[in-house]
Design a protein around this ligand. Structure first.
Ligand code: CO8
Length: 263
């Protein structure tokens, strides 16, 4: 049912300063997402989330594929009972939603189906020129089930999202940039370097401020404007209870670099 043995490892993790890097590593299947990979990804995300010395997390894949979607070979013979009783997706796909630190997807090659949805669940997508984004589940008589029908229209609007979901249209990195799906496009050979550079820049800022910003921006998807504005105002007030905010403002006035303690 899982398409792997318990001992197989499908991700690699490492620390680069205050950045936690997670590399999806299931090359023969183009990083197709199975239970074991998603369990390992969830565990790695939570490890970095709980690590005081990590400020930002980067998820990347290979040159050929960020991830080609859910593992079709595993899903092919599942029944309704398998997915319903087994709580498919919900049981181990949504750990990323619990992460309060910023998460960057560094995408080269194919980001398809669940792979595209994983990127959409991240806070920033940096795309290599080779990146290709699609939600081709319709070809399998399925539909995007890990947030694609909800996050894609919020990212690029209904017209483009319907086109992608209903026709399986694949976007180039340039199209994804034009439509607002990705934050920036970089040459392939600079993807990791530029993503880590961006992550390092972000990770140097005060972590509680970063978490508050992430929460407030995400709230704009969930709440009416008046509620979102109220949430934002209180999030700002809370910054004044934080040592880092005083340090940031005093450092500016004293024309020096701030020394954030991430508290
Ligand atoms: N699942 C399983 N195996 C895969 C997958 C996949 N999603 N994608 C690629 N592979 C395997 C191929 O079967 C092939 O294996 P083998 O060498 O043993 O034959 C190997 O990876 C290389 O693939 P290709 O030979 O097809 O390589 P190409 O360069 O010709 O094509 C593509 C690359 C375009 C990515 C092509 O492989 C493809 O179209 N893959 C399927 C993409 C897809 O349909 N994704 C959506 C899957 S459904 C889904 O994600 C549902 C989401 C629901 C929520 C998610 C919950 C987990």
């Amino acid at each position: 049912m899982t398409g792997s043995t318990d001992s197989e490892v499908f991700i690699r993790t490492e620390k680069r300063g205050r950045v936690g890097l997670i590399t999806l590593d299931r090359p023969k299947q183009m990083n197709a997402l199975n239970d074991a990979l998603m369990d390992q990804l969830g565990a790695a995300l939570m490890t970095f989330e709980q690590d005081d010395q990590t400020g930002v997390i980067v998820i990347t894949g290979s040159q050929r594929a960020f991830a080609a979607g859910a593992d079709i070979a595993v899903m092919a013979d599942w029944s309704f009972a398998d997915v319903y009783c087994g709580n498919f997706i919900t049981r181990n796909w949504e750990t990323i939603r619990q992460v309060r630190k910023p998460v960057i997807a560094a995408v080269a090659g194919y980001a398809m189906g669940g792979g595209c949805e994983l990127a959409l669940a991240c806070d920033i997508i940096v795309a290599a020129e080779s990146a290709r984004f699609a939600l081709p589940e319709v070809k399998l008589a399925l539909l995007p089930g890990a947030g694609g029908t909800q996050r894609l229209p919020r990212a690029i609007g209904k017209a483009k999202a319907m086109d992608m979901c209903l026709s399986a249209r694949m976007l180039t990195a340039q199209e994804a940039d034009l439509y607002g799906l990705v934050s920036r496009v970089v040459p392939d050979d600079e993807l990791l370097e530029q993503s880590l550079k961006l992550a390092t820049t972000i990770a140097e800022f005060s972590l509680p401020a970063l978490m508050a910003i992430k929460t407030a921006v995400n709230r704009s998807y969930e709440a009416p404007l008046s509620e979102g504005l109220l949430f934002e105002r209180h999030a700002l007030y809370e910054r004044f209870a934080c040592e880092d905010s005083r340090e940031g403002m005093h450092a500016f006035l004293e024309k020096r670099e701030p020394d954030f303690k991430h508290c």
